[in-house]
Design a protein around this ligand. Structure first.
Ligand SMILES: Cc1cc2nc3c(=O)[nH]c(=O)nc-3n(C[C@H](O)[C@H](O)[C@H](O)COP(=O)(O)O)c2cc1C
Length: 427
């Protein structure tokens, strides 16, 4: 744990510095204490902004990177010294390094109740909105009669005082840990997903039966959708709807889109269900996602969508070991608009096997422990990585089989002679 101690005095010989040095020397096993001085900090003056001066920036940086702060304050005329107040003004004017920082107050002074009034004032100051520190409640350590408190080695003489100081220090360590937990970003509980798609987003086509087999045709008529040779302006280019279809159909993968309302709206239809990696049928677009999955898969589907919608993960990948000769991965990719709002899922289902085989052939490498990508990769011990299969679109029961962890194929260090390696040789 990293703590900084601020000496609230600018005197050459300061009992408050002595107190911090005692803490540094005696509690080093509990935390690292770095003692910071205020004597070089100029008097606060709003007309001569010194926020960017080295001395103030250094103080701020040290405070910001520390887990907590101990301020040792003297008492001058029943309050904190002007020098310390001035430092706190700099640290609450344009910068706020003490914001939410756990702070412990200690103080040393000449008289019996010395520093108690200063400590009270310091609490109030640290509570001001511009400072907004988290001051440890209670545990007020005040060291009165300081002239007689230390021996010639700078050690506190009174056993009772040391005992109480140790108690306060231990409480402060606990307080720092509690503050850390309080300052941690809140774990937001994911909202339940409505797989029935009963809600509405601004592109939802309303008033139609989502489960109708001709939903696409009904929707087309309702919104006067362009088709065929009509041009669509895209980012970046212009295509006809035909070109767009040909383009998407030629992608070497199965593509599916479900919108932010969990309505399945599109797949790049090229072949009958039986020939697809994850079977779909032309009547499916328009369906709520609940219709695309058996109820037993809802929990998994919901989990995937929550990951993507919340931004916890941008892509969820699942290996679905349904085909012996293939390495099929379902990739659920979050989609966002220009403002970063979640707008749905791009699911692409891809057999990685041809890509791996091509790569091995090109590089002259081979998989260790198998002759091909599939056999080696499918040697996985089938540990479920996430309870998921085909979040957006699968209709077939097989696609809801538990996912297995896609193991990265191990590539041996055989000699290579390919474009990539020879290119890098030139370097
Ligand atoms: C201007 C001034 C006012 C002081 N007022 C108080 C006071 O109100 N209460 C107190 O206990 N000590 C007071 N003292 C004495 C301080 O406790 C003493 O100087 C102490 O050593 C200051 O801490 P330092 O040694 O860390 O600088 C005062 C000292 C000065 C110079």
């Amino acid at each position: 744990m990293k703590i900084v101690g601020i000496v609230g005095s600018n005197a050459e010989l300061s009992y408050n510095r002595k107190l911090l040095e005692f803490i540094e020397k005696n509690y080093y096993q509990k935390f690292d204490l770095e003692i910071l001085e205020i004597k070089d900090v100029p008097m606060f003056n709003q007309s001569e902004d010194a926020t960017n001066s080295q001395v103030i920036q250094r103080l701020a940086r040290k405070i910001l990177t520390a887990d907590g702060v101990i301020i040792a304050t003297p008492e001058h005329n029943h309050t904190i010294p002007a020098g310390l107040k001035s430092v706190l003004e700099w640290l609450s004017y344009k910068i706020h390094p003490l914001e939410n920082k756990p702070v412990m107050i200690v103080g040393a002074s000449y008289y019996d109740q010395g520093s108690s009034r200063a400590q009270l004032h310091l609490r109030q100051i640290l509570d001001a909105p511009g400072v907004n520190a988290m001051v440890m409640p209670g545990n007020e350590f005040l060291l009165g009669n300081v002239k007689d408190a230390f021996d010639q080695n700078g050690d506190l003489i009174s056993e009772g005082t040391i005992k109480f100081l140790t108690l306060c220090i231990d409480k402060f360590i606990q307080f720092v840990n509690v503050a850390k937990a309080m300052n941690a970003p809140l774990e937001v509980k994911p909202q339940p997903e409505d797989l029935q798609a009963r809600g509405k987003v601004d592109t939802t086509i309303e008033g139609l039966d989502k489960e109708a087999d001709d939903w696409v045709e009904q929707a087309e008529a309702k919104v006067n959708a362009v088709s065929g040779k009509s041009y669509v302006k895209l980012n970046r280019g212009i295509l006809t709807v035909d070109q767009l279809n040909w383009f998407l159909a030629s992608m070497p993968m199965e593509l599916t889109f479900a919108d932010a309302n969990n309505q399945f709206l599109y797949y790049n239809y090229t072949k009958p269900k039986e020939e697809m990696l994850a079977g779909r049928v032309p009547g499916q677009p328009g369906n709520p996602l609940s219709k695309c999955h058996p109820p037993k898969a809802y929990k998994n589907v919901e989990w995937v969508i929550q990951q993507l919608r919340s931004g916890k993960q941008d892509v969820v990948r699942v290996h679905v070991p349904k085909h012996a000769d293939k390495y099929v991965v379902h990739n659920y990719q979050a989609m966002h608009d220009e403002d970063g709002n979640y707008v749905g899922i791009n699911e692409y289902i891809l057999d990685f096997n041809p890509i791996i085989e091509w790569y091995l052939k090109q590089t002259g490498q081979k998989l260790v422990g198998g002759t091909d990508a599939t056999s080696s990769a499918s040697k996985s011990d089938s540990k479920p990585v996430a309870p998921v299969a085909d979040a957006t679109s699968s209709a077939s029961k097989e696609d809801d089989a538990p996912a297995t962890k896609p193991e990265a194929p191990v590539v041996s260090a055989a000699p290579v002679a390919d474009a990539t390696s020879s290119a890098s040789k030139k370097d």
